[in-house]
Structure formats: structure tokens, C-alpha cells
Design a protein around this ligand. Structure first.
Ligand SMILES: C[S@@+](CC[C@H](N)C(=O)[O-])C[C@H]1O[C@@H](n2cnc3c(N)ncnc32)[C@H](O)[C@@H]1O
Ligand SMILES: [Zn+2]
Length: 383
């Protein structure tokens, strides 16, 4: 007999085998740190279902214990069916038992390689959730074939060392993009992922619009609505481009296009620019979508405070530009200590700029002000 423990999350209780530590080697994978990810997923999918105004079909392609898919069935209204799939036979056994124990009759367990399942279910799903170990890159194209036009793709990536630029080669291999290790590298990571997904979907004349995304703990998570049509796909690909960053003065610029002229020298200080891309330069958040997620966030979830703070920051930053400044990094260049971040933001507002915090970094400021203005404001607050 295998020793089991019961996990209580959202409105469900699931059993999993006892494990020593969270690891891909656990008999059935369950990570308590991902509770926030699942809580946010439930409301993101609820917003999507509301927008559709009809019952939706969901594929949880990497189901583990089944907790995510079972929560989708139990906590989202308007769900026609959920397929919870996993390649690990023991995970599927536990999923079946967890489905039975939670009395969710519209959930079915499947034991298949995710790519094969998704290819077999061409155009069948409204929502596909990709939550593998490490990179989602080998599964995105299959998701493109299985999603209906008007569908929603949800992707988790835990290979942040590649996407955020600690290691360049794996990012080039997996995402066909050069990462950019900067103080806003996690946002760049989300943009590389969004860009890779849009290029992959484009092969099928499908385009993607990111409605919500976040960088939390060790992972990146993104939600994209899918549309269809050659012309719209061509137009959408115009949102791809590059970011050039000056490590010396912290000036940065976005350069749209797949083969644009990219300057090598900083126009402000003549320093050598570092370049990342191709990546997604347009919005990573839809403010209306995030606002509705805020409305729907249930006070009963265990992660309520964290989820609320994250969504509030995401809402604010949804109106901002593609990168952010790190207050401490700017102060380091200025060789001064940091004033309160709220004072800097207030001054930026007074001068007529957009300025907000970002969920990615407590010391991050999203603003359309040039770096010289931020520096002047910091020095005036110090003086
Ligand atoms: C990160 S876990 C999923 C966790 C789950 N979504 C949750 O929220 O608890 C990844 C799962 O994918 C399964 N897996 C790995 N490769 C797979 C493949 N090619 N096809 C289907 N499942 C796979 C693993 O057995 C593991 O259970
Ligand atoms: Zn410069």
C-alpha cells in the first residue's frame, strides 16, 4: 500500500503519494508553491468563459495529480468537459481516484504523450493548459493545432534561466531568440515566450493576443487568446521586434520588425548596446481582462493577499511601456542612495509621464519617461 497525503486547495481535496521534496522524480508531481498559479488560472479561465458566453472544453495536458483540471471543473462555471492528461501511469491512476472522490463527472483522465493527444484532438479545445517540467517549447505547436479559433492558450515555463538570459544558448535553441540579461529580464522572458508562441501559431494562420501574464517565484505564466486569419496574423507579427539596452546609462529602446536596422551604439552616451529578441513588443496584459480577474478573485482562496497584490500591480502596469527601470540600478549608476519609490512615481506623474509599480520587482518603475528624467528626479529628491 502506498502512503498518501491529502491536499486541500480551492474547493477540492486530492490525494497524492507521500513525497520527500518537490521534484520531477516524485511518484506523482504536486508543487504547493504553484497554488497561486492555479488560483489565478481558475479566475483567468472564468473570465475567458464569461467572454465566450458558452460552455467551454478544457485540456489540462500535463495534469499531474489532476488537481488543476479538477479545480477547473469544480470552480469555473460553464465548463462542458475537462480532459486531464499525463504520461505517468501512476499520476493517471491518482487522477482517476481524485476525479471520483471530488464527484466531477465532466472530467476525464487520459494517459498519452501531450503532443500526441493534442494532435489527435485537432480544433477540439477552447482552452489548452501547458504546464510541463521546464520548457513548454516542444508542445506549443501541437497546442496550436488543437485549439479552436477564439481559444485560450495557458503556458507555464520554469526554464527561466534560459528565457531570462542566464544562459543564452538554451534560449536560442528552444525559442529562436537572444535573451537579454537586464534588471527587467523577467519581463523580457515573458516577451520572448510570447514572441515564440506567436511565431509558432502563425504557421497555422493563427495569431495570439496576450491577455494576462506574470513572473512569480521560479516560473513565468502567460495566457493568450487565439484568433485566425492570414491578414490578421501578418498584422500581429508586426508586434515582434528587438530591445536594445545600454548597460552604461540604462537607456533602452524598442525596435519593431524582424530584420530592422539595430544601432550598435547608445544614442545618449555612445556606450555599446546589448540586444535581445525577436520578442513580443506589444501588450502582455489586457487591462479589461485583468480588471475582471480582480472582480472575480474569491476572498476564500489561501493565496488571496498575494493574488490581490499581483493583480493590482498587473492592472496598473497594463497601461505601461515594454520595459521598466530598477530604482536601485539607476541609483547605483548615479552613485546615490534610493529615495522612496512612491516619491519618484509621484514626481513622474507631476511631470506628466505614465508611471507605475510592476508586479515583477518591488523596486521596478514602469514609465515612459526617458532615463535622464528619472535620474534628475532622483537627484532632486536626494538634494
Ligand atoms: C509540472 S507537472 C504538472 C503539474 C500540474 N499541472 C499541477 O498544476 O499540479 C508536469 C507533469 O507532466 C507530465 N509529463 C511530462 N512529460 C509529458 C508528456 N510528454 N506528455 C504528458 N505528460 C507529461 C509529468 O508526468 C508531470 O506529471
Ligand atoms: Zn547609454
Amino acid at each position: 500500500m502506498m502512503n498518501k497525503i491529502t491536499v486541500d486547495e480551492g474547493q477540492v481535496k486530492v490525494e497524492i503519494p507521500v513525497y520527500d521534496k518537490v521534484s520531477a522524480k516524485a511518484p506523482v508531481f504536486y508543487n504547493p508553491v504553484m497554488e497561486l498559479n492555479r488560483d489565478l488560472s481558475v479566475i483567468a479561465l472564468q473570465v475567458y468563459q464569461e467572454k465566450q458566453g458558452r460552455d467551454i472544453r478544457i485540456c489540462d495536458a500535463f495534469g499531474g495529480s489532476g488537481i488543476r483540471g479538477i479545480r477547473y471543473s469544480k470552480e469555473i462555471s460553464g465548463v462542458e468537459c475537462v480532459v486531464v492528461n499525463d504520461l505517468n501511469p501512476l499520476a493517471v491512476e491518482f487522477t482517476k481516484e481524485n476525479i471520483r472522490k471530488n464527484g466531477v463527472e465532466n472530467v476525464r483522465a487520459s494517459k498519452e504523450d501531450a503532443n500526441i493527444l493534442l494532435r489527435q484532438c485537432r480544433g477540439k479545445f477552447d482552452v489548452v493548459d501547458i504546464d510541463p517540467f521546464g520548457t513548454p517549447s516542444p508542445f506549443v505547436e501541437s497546442a496550436a493545432t488543437s485549439l479552436k479559433a477564439g481559444g485560450l492558450l495557458c503556458v507555464t515555463a520554469t526554464d527561466t534561466s534560459a528565457l531570462c538570459g542566464t544562459y543564452k544558448e538554451p534560449c536560442v535553441r528552444k525559442y529562436g531568440a537572444m535573451p537579454l540579461k537586464t534588471e527587467y529580464c523577467h519581463e523580457n522572458g515573458l516577451r520572448i515566450l510570447a514572441g515564440f508562441i506567436s511565431r509558432t501559431f502563425a504557421k497555422y494562420k493563427k495569431y495570439t493576443t496576450s491577455v494576462f501574464s506574470h513572473s512569480t517565484e521560479h516560473y513565468l505564466r502567460i495566457y493568450l487568446e487565439v484568433g485566425k486569419g492570414a491578414k490578421r496574423t501578418d498584422d500581429s507579427l508586426k508586434n515582434l521586434g528587438y530591445i536594445a539596452h545600454c548597460p552604461k546609462c540604462l537607456h533602452r529602446m524598442t525596435i519593431p520588425g524582424l530584420a530592422p536596422q539595430i544601432p550598435t551604439k547608445c544614442p545618449k552616451c555612445n556606450g555599446t548596446l546589448k540586444v535581445g529578441g525577436p520578442l513580443w513588443l506589444a501588450n502582455l496584459m489586457d487591462s479589461g481582462y485583468v480588471k475582471r480577474m480582480l472582480d472575480l478573485l474569491p476572498t476564500e482562496v489561501n493565496t488571496y493577499n498575494k493574488a490581490l497584490k499581483l493583480l493590482e500591480r498587473c492592472y496598473e502596469e497594463s497601461f505601461g511601456p515594454a520595459t521598466f527601470y530598477d530604482l536601485h540600478k539607476v541609483c547605483k549608476v548615479l552613485k546615490t542612495s534610493a529615495p522612496p519609490i512612491t516619491d519618484v512615481i509621484e514626481k513622474l506623474h507631476e511631470e506628466g509621464y505614465f508611471a507605475s509599480r510592476t508586479h515583477i520587482k518591488p523596486t521596478g518603475i514602469k514609465t515612459n519617461a526617458p532615463v535622464e528624467t528619472i535620474k534628475e528626479i532622483i537627484l532632486s529628491l536626494r538634494g
